[in-house]
Design a protein around this ligand. Sequence first.
Ligand code: GDP
Ligand code: MN
Length: 349
Amino acid sequence: ALKPATPPTTPNPHSSLSPATASGDRMNATFVTLARNEDLWEIIKSIRSVEDRFNRNYNYDWVFLNDKEFSDEFKRTTTAIVSGKTKYGLIPKEHWSFPDFIDQDRAAKVREEMKEAQIIYGDSISYRHMCRYESGFFFRHKLLLDYEWYWRVEPSVSFHCDISYDPFKFMADKKKTYSFTISLHEYEATIPTLWSTVKNFTKTHPQYVSEDNSMAWISDDNGETYNNCHFWSNFEIGNLNWLRSKPYLDFFEALDQAGGFFYERWGDAPVHSIAAALFLKKDQIHFFNDIAYTHVPFTHCPTGEQFRLDHKCTCQSEDNFDWKGYSCTDKYYEVMDMERPVGYEREQD
Ligand code: GDP
Ligand code: MN
């Protein structure tokens, strides 16, 4: 049963905090975490952070997914900390294994080469299953079918400022579909043929490409090549119905058939990002500037001291990644024609 949202405690006269949404404004939404049993004590930290900064006032559900059965310890420990309902799902075997069209020898050879080249997770089979699952399957898990909105949370992440409104409701009210806090360049070596596969797909399905798309953010030459910019998908708030829509599913199917999850090491971040940039309208994507967030090694800490004071932030300006060279957020501001916040230049190096 849902607990009523608790009102904010002592009002801070200097703060721009709005009160918790009334219970009638609850979105059909859940947190979702893919994790292994051994991730327990790192996901616990992430959950504590989400609860302290947001969910203790909103009590949204939390769905945990795993390719193996969750242990009782995992279940009772996470259930004790999540303020909403918790649900635990086993991933069906067919969503976490090699499709039969994959040439095992070729895939093994690639892992060997990537290990030689010291590409991160280059020799890992499970990491590839994980990326493919997050790209094409998590939103179809039985436990997620009842929900419209998701917020992805990984082990070892933290949130640094109070989140004093409901981001799910914001997404719905503003007609947003996908969102991010950190963007950056992908390692080219993990996705050598991703862009040509995308181009083949858009050539055969031109009707899926949105007129007001964000191609300019992911390509510097009008779609000829990929500039490797992507939204970092360890944080996402998004609409599950979009991922379950025919354009997205056809897109995933085409990528999967091309074999790049196994013959290369395609990540779910560039996959989601390219789909969002091409199939959504620009204004369906949202940058959550006010959600301060760290997944090692990068932090998004909102530019502007007054905001950080008002929201009791624990991150510092110099750690903000937004305006650094390897980030794609500056380019996002440019493409979206957004005004950069006062003082951003000081955070550039
Ligand atoms: P990184 O952020 O790219 O370094 O990758 P992570 O190790 O954080 O993995 C991404 C997400 O997938 C995290 O939520 C992990 O808990 C989860 N994950 C990674 N590998 C596995 C796996 O083999 N099984 C399960 N159940 N979850 C996994
Ligand atoms: Mn991670």
